[in-house]
Design a protein around this ligand. Structure first.
Ligand code: NAD
Length: 444
C-alpha cells in the first residue's frame, strides 16, 4: 500500500504537532507515538491444488486506553507493517473522536485475494483467527472488514473464533452478514455518516443545504424508489471523486437526503464526467454497473479525474485514493467545503494551502467514521442479543456524528489564537481524550 499511510512517520508528525498544542509530557508523547502491541504471524494454508502456502499476517493494537482495540483487516499483495501501524493509529483517533469505548487497531495479510478461490479465502480467514485467537476477543480486540475483506470473510472468522471458544461469539468481529449477527445500516454506514457530518458542516458554513428530514433515516431500499432531487435556484453543487462503495453511495444519498443538491461531476479510475444540469444517480450507476465505468454515461462531458477536483462547486467529496489534493493542485480547488470520505486524500502541504484559502476540510477520520460507528452498534447489539431497526441505527449514528463535528468546531474556537485547521482540531479532541484515559488509569 502506497501513499500517506505508507509513512507512519507522517502520523507521528501529526501527534508531535498535537503534543505541542496540548503541552504533553515526554512519556505521554512517547506512548502515543508507538503501538502498544504489534503481532506478526506466519500461517500455513492448504491450497486447492494440495500444496501448502505460508501467508504472513499482522495485527497492530495501537492503544487500548479507552477500550478494546477496533479496526479492519486488509488483504492486499502490498500489505506492510508500516501502513498497518499508521492505520491502527488513525483508528485510535477515529474511535476517540467519535467517543466510542474503543482503542484503535488494524490488521492485514499479504496476499492477492483475486487469485484465491472462495475455499482458499475461507481457510486463510480461519488460519488468521487461529494464529491470533489469544489476542482477539470481544473485550480485547474486535476486527472488521477493510480492503478486500467482506461480510463473508468476517462471518468465517466469527465462526472460527466461536469454534475455538466453544460457544457463539458474534461480538468478536463486526461487519458480519446480517444472518450471522450483522447490523442493519452497515452497508451504507460510511456514506450515511458522511451525509450527517456534511449537513452539520454546511450549517456551520451557511451553505444553504436543505435537508429532507422525512428521509434522513430511511433505509437504502426505500430511498432507492425516490428519484434525485430537482433543485431550484438555490442549488448546492457537488463533485465526487471515486465511484466505488463510498463515492457512489454519497451520490445516491446526497441527492435523496437533501432537497437542493446537484451532483455535477463524478469520476472513477477511467476518468471523470461533468454535466452542469446534474448527473442522475440511477442512470450513472447503471452505466457504471453495466460497462465498468462512469465515463460511458453519454449525457455528459468527459473530463479528467483531476479536473473533477478543481471544478467551481460548493462541495467536493474525494472518495477514491490517498494523496489526491496536493501542494500542486490545492491552490486550484474552488469548493468551499471538502468532505474526505477517502482516507488521506489531502497531503499536509495541501492542508495548509486549503486552510489559507478558507476552504473547510472535514478530515477523513471524522467524515468516514460512520463505518466504525455502526460497527460499534453491531457489537452493542451482539452483546445484548437485541437487534435494532434501520431508523434506530441511523438516528444513533446521526447523534454520534453530529456531536463529534461540533466538538471539532469547539476545538477550533478554543485554539483560535493558534489558527489551527479542522484536521488538527479533530486530532486535538481525539488525542486529548486518549491522554485523559491514560492519565486516569495511571499509565503516565
Ligand atoms: P472502492 O474500491 O469501492 O472504490 C474506489 C473507487 O475509486 C473506484 O470507483 C475506483 O474506480 C476509483 N478510483 C481509483 N483510482 C481513481 C482515480 N485516480 N480517480 C478517480 N477515481 C479513482 O473503495 P471504497 O470502499 O469506496 O473506498 C474509497 C475510499 O474511502 C478509500 O480511501 C477508503 O479507505 C475510504 N473508506 C471507505 C469506507 C467504506 O466503508 N467503503 C470506510 C472508510 C473509508
Amino acid at each position: 500500500m502506497t501513499g500517506k499511510y505508507s509513512t507512519f512517520k507522517n502520523i507521528q508528525k501529526q501527534i508531535d504537532k498535537c503534543a505541542k498544542i496540548l503541552g504533553l509530557d515526554g512519556a505521554t508523547l512517547a506512548l502515543l507515538k508507538e503501538p502498544i502491541r504489534t503481532l506478526i504471524v506466519n500461517m500455513p494454508v492448504k491450497m486447492d491444488d494440495g500444496t501448502v502456502r505460508i501467508f504472513t499476517g499482522f495485527r497492530v493494537q495501537y492503544n487500548d486506553a479507552l477500550g478494546p482495540t477496533k479496526g479492519g483487516i486488509r488483504w492486499h499483495p502490498d500489505e506492510n507493517l508500516d501502513a498497518i501501524k499508521a492505520l491502527a493509529a488513525l483508528m485510535t483517533w477515529k474511535c476517540a473522536l467519535l467517543n466510542l469505548p474503543y482503542g484503535g487497531g488494524k490488521g492485514g495479510v499479504i496476499c492477492d485475494p483475486k487469485k484465491l478461490s472462495a475455499s482458499e479465502k475461507e481457510r486463510l480467514a480461519r488460519a488468521y483467527v487461529r494464529a491470533l485467537a489469544g489476542f482477539l476477543g470481544p473485550l480485547k480486540d474486535i476486527p472488521a472488514p477493510d480492503v478486500y475483506t467482506d461480510p463473508q470473510v468476517m462471518t468465517w472468522m466469527m465462526d472460527e473464533f466461536s469454534v475455538i471458544t466453544g460457544y457463539n461469539v458474534p461480538e468478536v468481529i463486526t461487519g458480519k452478514l446480517l444472518v450471522a449477527g450483522g447490523s442493519k445500516g452497515r452497508e451504507d454506514a460510511t456514506a450515511r455518516g458522511g451525509m450527517f457530518v456534511l449537513r452539520e458542516a454546511a450549517r456551520f458554513l451557511e451553505l444553504g443545504l436543505m435537508v429532507d428530514e422525512s428521509r434522513l433515516y430511511m433505509p437504502p431500499h426505500v430511498l432507492s424508489n425516490i428519484p434525485d432531487a430537482s433543485p431550484g435556484d438555490d442549488v448546492v453543487n457537488v463533485a465526487i471523486q471515486g465511484y466505488g462503495n463510498a463515492g457512489s453511495l454519497a451520490h445516491f444519498l446526497a441527492t435523496r437526503l437533501f432537497k437542493n443538491v446537484r451532483v455535477v461531476a463524478v469520476s472513477d479510475s477511467k476518468g471523470g464526467i461533468f454535466n452542469e444540469d446534474g448527473l442522475p444517480y440511477s442512470r450513472v450507476s447503471r452505466v457504471k454497473a453495466e460497462t465498468g465505468s462512469v465515463v460511458n454515461y453519454e449525457s455528459s462531458m468527459k473530463i479528467s479525474s483531476e479536473e473533477v477536483l478543481e471544478l467551481p462547486v460548493d462541495i467536493l467529496i474525494p472518495a477514491a485514493l490517498e494523496n489526491q489534493i496536493t501542494g500542486k493542485n490545492a491552490s486550484r480547488i474552488k469548493a468551499k467545503l471538502v468532505l474526505e470520505l477517502a482516507n488521506g486524500p489531502t497531503t499536509p502541504e495541501a492542508d495548509d494551502i486549503l486552510h489559507s484559502k478558507g476552504i473547510f476540510v472535514v478530515p477523513d477520520f471524522l467524515a468516514n467514521a460512520g463505518g466504525v460507528t455502526v460497527s460499534y452498534f453491531e457489537w452493542v447489539q451482539n452483546l445484548s442479543r437485541y437487534y435494532w431497526d434501520y431508523e434506530e441505527v441511523y438516528r444513533r449514528l446521526d447523534a454520534k456524528m453530529t456531536r463529534a463535528f461540533w466538538e471539532v468546531v469547539e476545538a477550533l474556537k478554543e485554539f483560535k489564537d493558534k489558527n489551527i485547521d479542522p484536521r488538527t482540531a479533530a486530532y486535538v479532541v481525539a488525542v486529548r481524550r486518549v491522554v485523559e484515559a491514560m492519565k486516569a488509569r495511571g499509565w503516565v
